[in-house]
Design a protein around this ligand. Structure first.
Ligand code: HEC
Length: 116
């Protein structure tokens, strides 16, 4: 008796296509994108900044402190990093690209409020 192969190239291609297509409707759904950020989500995003900028954005080293800076300044800097327009930047140009505009705004607001 000849056993059927479990996986042939055509079937593999079909699965690959399905796997790639599946998440797309979720990404394209504007309702998903517009979901407001919850405080705990922003806290989580901000926690990843602590490695370099210190706990709550209070730096003890050469990396700038974020805590208590004006929201408009933080947002302007983050947007400049993301756009690649901050010529003095090193790592932030890459990091800022990982966040959408809403997240950058939330982070700017978060750190500016930390000073109050
Ligand atoms: C790997 C270290 C590192 C991490 C992580 C990091 N930063 Fe930075 N950040 C820097 C450095 C270094 C600078 C100085 C500019 C440069 O060289 O890119 C900077 C500069 C900034 C500035 C400009 C401050 C000013 O007054 O000019 C802002 C705003 C900022 N970072 C926000 C953030 C936020 C928000 C996060 C978390 C999402 C974050 N950074 C995560 C290293 C880091």
């Amino acid at each position: 008796m000849r056993s059927k192969p479990l996986c042939n190239p055509a079937r593999a291609l079909l699965w690959l296509t399905l796997a790639m297509a599946a998440p797309l409707p979720a990404l394209a759904n504007p309702a998903t994108a517009a979901a407001p950020l919850r405080t705990q989500d922003i806290a989580l995003l901000a926690a990843s900044c602590a490695n370099c900028h210190g706990p709550d954005g209070r730096s003890t080293g050469g990396i700038p402190t974020l805590r208590g800076l004006p929201e408009a300044h933080l947002l302007q800097r983050l947007q400049a990093f993301k756009a690649g327009a901050a010529k003095d930047a090193t790592v932030m140009t890459r990091l800022a690209k990982g966040y959408d505009d809403e997240q950058l705004k939330a982070l700017a607001q978060w750190f500016s409020k930390k000073g109050q």
